[in-house]
Design a protein around this ligand. Structure first.
Ligand code: PGA
Length: 273
């Protein structure tokens, strides 16, 4: 059984004041849920959901200190492909580790489209992140015109193949993939559960064909306008193991509702095993 994971990608949002509010809200919700016995958050709690927050890098230290005694894990939104040196504005894997990051998002579609990050550049970051024993949350997904041209599977395959050119398939065992159809990100237009499941199953099969264990173990998140109302249906699909949440991760009640939905569906999925 794969552990569900819900990661909040705050993007370039937040301030010192509202970070505290947001985290207090999430921590409070976790405590309440545990008290009521309806949820058991955290890594060591069987198959219950792991919650990750990915703040802007300037706030990593602050968030790190605020989540120290909680069940929340920390992730970065991006990382350099270089170890150190003259790379103005970049943060290295060792810097992320200094502030307790367990994850780093890489290859987000905003990085691909707005900052011209290529498949090969992202693949290099994937390798650097794995080597540092951080866990990449590797984002892939097609544009609307690519979906309409029936190219979704070709696109996600190409994005994965670029990574497989530089790492062994087994690296995916300790990685998270986020399938994020670009047309669904921040648009309020969510993929239907069937549309998402179809691509998730395709990705899992592609990896399983190379190594059955890796395919069975890799967590595949869905991202793209997931919210409190559509989460349960999406997360109930057999190959959707969690969510990468943008807009809805900025409101504690919405974010917690998604985490609760992930917990609810893991119980349903377990009863089917
Ligand atoms: P969204 O963003 O939930 O606001 O669509 C998801 C993402 O970009 O990871």
């Amino acid at each position: 059984m794969r552990q569900p994971l819900v990661a909040g990608n705050w993007k370039m949002n937040g301030s010192i004041e509202n970070i505290k509010e947001l985290l207090d809200g999430i921590k409070q919700g976790i405590k309440q849920g545990i008290k009521q016995g309806i949820i058991e958050y955290g890594l060591d709690k069987g198959n219950s959901v792991e919650i990750v927050v990915c703040p802007p890098s300037i706030y990593l230290a602050e968030v790190h200190s605020q989540i120290k005694d909680s069940a929340i894990s920390l992730g970065a939104q991006n990382v350099s492909d270089q170890a150190s040196g003259a790379f103005t504005g970049e943060n290295s894997v060792s810097m992320l580790k200094d502030y307790g990051c367990k994850y780093s998002i890489i290859g987000h579609s905003e990085r691909r489209t707005l900052y011209a990050e290529t498949d090969q550049f992202i693949a290099k970051k994937f390798a650097v992140v794995c080597e540092a024993q951080l866990i990449p949350i590797f984002c892939i997904g097609e544009l609307l015109e690519e979906r309409e041209a029936g190219k979704t599977e070709d696109i996600v395959s190409r994005q994965i193949d670029a990574v497989l050119d530089v790492v062994d398939i087994s690296a995916f065992k300790n990685s998270v993939i986020a399938y994020e159809p670009v047309w669904a990100i921040g648009t309020g237009k969510t993929a239907t559960p069937d549309q998402a499941q179809e691509v998730h199953a395709f990705i899992r099969k592609k990896l399983s064909d190379l190594d059955a264990d890796t395919g069975a173990q890799v967590q595949i998140l869905y991202g793209g306008s997931m919210n409190a109302s559509n989460a349960e249906e999406l997360l109930g699909m057999p190959d959707i193991d969690g969510g990468l949440i943008g807009g809805a991760s900025l409101k504690p009640t919405d974010f917690l509702a998604i985490c609760n939905a992930a917990n609810a569906t893991v119980n349903e999925k377990e009863s089917l095993v």
